[in-house]
Design a protein around this ligand. Structure first.
Ligand code: TYM
Length: 332
């Protein structure tokens, strides 16, 4: 029996964060045996905001090394770099012709990111979700494990799939579903617990990066902004800072927030911070060591990526051919 396709990706614009790990990577690893998996680094998406070329290249390898370090098995999963599979850009153009300005205008990530750009907003920032839809639809993907911030983009992908299927035949694209963890779908900033932990935060103490040293992780949690009062309770509205720490613990240990709260009766915020830091150190420290190891063997990474790109191209080409045929392009 053939397995359904699970697909996800990360922008190599910085080192992945604890949010990336809990919201996405951890679930990739958890589900990898049940699906035919496709994971890649989206360098095409990354240039929607200016990048330093040397850093972008290095971070692209770093992303793939992180997938491997977290436990993605390159024998089972297809790993590659988005720009190595030209079908992504080709399908993105086709879908751009079927996406509506109005629906792209409603994307909250576009609103947030374009607000930071001033007068000259790159058009790519606007069409970004269409490229993401192409990423997903090219492989007849069933499941897309992502954090909550990507839900709207997956919904747009579903709208585009439905539109194309009703125009050109219901079997053109598989309808993808997002997979978003209930706890940890939105890991919050350690400095501003009402905002998402982001890899582009200018305040380094707000974000835990997967290459942070154990000491640096401990310091960041020690300085984490908590809430007024002293009681340790799980209430995202009243106690966003404390609840964020509880959610991080819950995602990493598998205990429910209620169990965690029960274990802190009579204890103080300080205890919660120190113990959350230790749980995070235990989760991240082996990943950091593995990434360092993987980054030293560029030849091996390149071998995995070449093989991945070949496999991905073969799969992607099948869908692209079908699309070109249905929309009326003359055969190549
Ligand atoms: P990116 O690179 O911003 O984030 C990578 C993944 O990590 C999740 N994530 C979080 N989850 C919980 N809490 C957080 N604080 C947090 N920060 C990041 C994101 O939701 C994401 O799953 N557009 C995508 C990349 C992409 C993609 C795709 C994903 C391109 N094509 C196709 C899935 C399928 C992005 O910018 O992710």
């Amino acid at each position: 029996m053939t397995k359904s396709v699970m697909l996800s990706a990360i922008q190599p614009t910085n080192v992945p964060t604890l949010g990336t790990y809990i919201g996405a990577l951890k679930n990739w690893v958890k589900l990898q045996d049940q699906y035919d998996c496709i994971f890649f680094a989206v360098d095409l998406h990354s240039i929607t905001v200016r990048q330093d070329p040397v850093k972008l290249r290095e971070l692209t390898y770093h992303a793939i090394a992180t997938y491997l370090a977290c436990g993605i098995d390159p024998e089972k999963s297809t790993l590659f770099i988005q720009s190595h599979v030209p079908q992504h850009a080709e399908l993105a153009w086709v879908l751009t012709c079927y996406a509506y300005m109005g629906e792209l205008n409603r994307m909250t990530q576009f609103k947030d990111k374009s607000a930071k750009q001033g007068a000259n907003i790159p058009a790519g920032l606007f069409t970004y979700p269409v490229l993401m839809a192409a990423d997903i639809l090219l492989y007849q993907t069933k499941l897309v494990p992502v954090g909550g911030d990507q839900k709207q983009h997956v919904e747009l992908t579903r709208d585009l799939a439905e539109r194309m299927n009703s125009l050109y035949g219901g079997d053109l694209f598989t309808m993808p579903e997002p997979y978003i963890p209930k706890i940890g779908g939105r890991v919050m900033s350690l400095q501003n617990p009402t905002a998402k932990m982001s890899k582009s935060d200018t305040d380094a103490s707000a974000t835990v990066y997967l290459d942070d040293s154990d000491d640096s992780i401990r310091k960041k949690f020690k300085r984490a902004v908590t809430d007024s009062g002293t009681e340790i309770a799980y209430d995202e509205t009243q106690k966003p800072g404390v609840s964020n720490l509880i959610a991080i613990q819950s995602a990493l240990t598998g205990q429910t927030p209620e169990q965690i709260v029960a274990s802190y009766v009579g204890k103080q915020y300080g205890h919660l911070k120190v113990e959350t830091a230790e749980i995070v150190v235990q989760a991240i420290s082996p990943i950091r060591t593995q990434v360092e190891h993987r980054m030293k063997d560029r030849a091996e990474l390149e071998k995995i990526l070449r093989r991945g790109a070949e496999r991905a191209q073969a799969q992607a080409e099948k869908t692209l051919k079908k699309v070109y045929d249905r929309i009326g392009f003359a055969p190549r």
